[in-house]
Design a protein around this ligand. Structure first.
Ligand SMILES: Cc1cc2nc3c(=O)[nH]c(=O)nc-3n(C[C@H](O)[C@H](O)[C@H](O)COP(=O)(O)O)c2cc1C
Length: 224
């Protein structure tokens, strides 16, 4: 049976648009497949600690002290959640043109040598390889401004979606979907239309994911 991992990164727990998009995604999924397990990770409310010099030393240590194991305990837990998940739902605002610090802290805890990627110079100029594969990432965003696409007013200023997309390679993500709301800060008809379009895109996305051959294969594998 496929498992979902829902990650929330908004610092707001009330009136959060990204949390509302994620709620709608999960409700749509559960309406179709109530049996699937959902893992919840709210980094917006409980940000993981920023990695430190000691954390990096522990991550790269060949043999670890009990103290180093303890230092990596949360990282182990977060990585286990990613390892378990087939479908990742990542709900995140844009803060200062990029991802919230809490989500970056999560990535730094999760993307770890010999756990989520291997490093081997025998591979030449591309020594890093992800450990996991076959996962689908659904990125649900909201931002206050608009026009971040090519030709738009804010072209070149979206450092959120490209960053998540690039780093998600080390989560084992092969398929990437993005649904986003724009114009939040304007609160006008353009915001209403953008919000409506984003919420309306969720159910068809869930239908596509549930009908995808990978999901059917996963089901067959778990049933065997
Ligand atoms: C600290 C902070 C920084 C923000 N920075 C940006 C920004 O750089 N660009 C932008 O378009 N919107 C920015 N916004 C607006 C948010 O992206 C927008 O309010 C979004 O809806 C927040 O997500 P949420 O509704 O899930 O909390 C910022 C909001 C906050 C609170």
């Amino acid at each position: 049976m496929p498992k979902l991992l829902r990650i929330d990164a908004s610092a707001r727990t009330s009136r959060s648009l990204t949390r509302a998009l994620a709620d709608h995604f999960i409700e749509s999924w559960q309406a179709r497949r109530p049996q699937d397990e959902i893992i919840l990770r709210d980094v917006g409310s409980n940000p993981p600690p920023i990695i430190t010099e000691d954390w990096i030393a522990a991550a790269f240590a060949k043999e670890r002290s009990a103290e180093q194991e303890e230092l990596l305990a949360l990282s182990d837990e977060l990585i286990a959640e990613v390892a378990d998940a087939d479908i990742i739902v990542m709900a995140t605002p844009m803060y200062n043109y990029g991802m919230p610090a809490a989500l970056k802290a999560w990535f730094d805890q999760v993307v770890r040598v010999d756990k989520t990627f291997t490093f081997d110079l025998a591979r030449g100029d591309a020594p890093l390889e992800p450990v996991f594969a076959g996962k689908t990432l659904n990125l649900l965003t909201s931002w206050g401004e608009f026009g971040f696409a090519t030709g738009g007013l804010n072209e070149g200023r979206d450092n959120l979606t490209p960053h998540v997309r690039t780093a998600s390679r080390y989560l084992g993500v092969d398929a990437f979907h993005h649904v986003g709301i724009e114009y939040q800060e304007f609160g006008d008809a353009r915001f209403e239309a953008s919000s409506e379009a984003a919420f309306s895109a969720i159910e068809p996305l869930v239908d596509t994911l549930i009908g995808a051959p990978e999901l059917q294969t996963n089901q067959t594998r778990s049933a065997a």
